[in-house]
Design a protein around this ligand. Sequence first.
Ligand code: CTP
Ligand code: CA
Length: 226
Amino acid sequence: MQLLRPRQDLTGLKVVVSAGPTREYLDPVRFVSNPSSGKMGFAVAQAAAERGAEVTLVSGPVNLATPRGVQRVNIESALELRDAVVQSAQAADLVVMTAAVADYRAAEVKTEKEAKGGDTKTIELVKNPDILAELGTDKGRRVLVGFAMETHAGVERAADKARRKNADFILLNYPTQEGTAFGGDDNQVTLVQADGTHEAWPRLSKREVAERLLDRARALLAARPE
Ligand code: CTP
Ligand code: CA
C-alpha cells in the first residue's frame, strides 16, 4: 500500500501529534488515568515523519520507542499536555489529537502521601481545559483532527464534537472491538465530519489508519487558500 503513495509528500509541513493517557495526580504517589497505549498517535507520528513532515509528538506516559526523526515531548498531566501542544501548534499545519486526555483533575493535589481514612472517600475533581476546542477557536489554516471512543450514538456524538471543537474531522471508534482501540495493533474507525457526513473504514492496522488520516489532512491543506 505504502509504495502506491508518493514518497515525501508531506515535506515542508509541520505536524503536531498528541498521544497516550494523561495522569492527574491526587498526591505524590497516586493518580487518575486511563489505559491508552499511545499506539495510534505514535503510528501517526511515524508515518508523518516518513512522509517528510517535521513532527512533534507530545506524549503521556507510554511504553513505546520514539519513531526516528520525531521530536518527542513527554508530559504527564492534561495541563502539561495543553502547554506543550498549544506552544508547538502555533507554527503547525496539522494537529492530530489522539491523546486520551483526562476530563478532570484533582481540585487539590496533596503534597504529601494521603494516609488511609474512613470507609468511604470523596475526591473533588475540576474540569480540564479542552485542548482541541482551544485550538479550534483560533484555527487559522491549520487542519485539526480528533479521535473519539464512544459506546453509543457514535456518529451523532462525534459530529457534535467536530462542531463544538471546530475540528475538520473526528475518527470514531468503539471500545468493544477485539484487537482494536485500547492497546491493540488494529483500529476500525469511522471518519465523521461536523455536518454529520461519515465514512466507515475497514479494520486496518493503526499504521494504515494513520496513512489514510494523513492523506485526508493533506488533501484538506492543499485545498485551502494560502
Ligand atoms: N480532547 C482534548 N482536551 C480534552 C478532552 C478531549 O483535546 N480536555 C480531545 C481528544 O484528544 C480527542 C477529542 O478531544 O481528540 C475527543 O475526545 P473526547 O474525550 O471524546 O471528547 P470530550 O469532549 O471530552 O467528550 P466526552 O464527554 O464524551 O468525554
Ligand atoms: Ca473526554
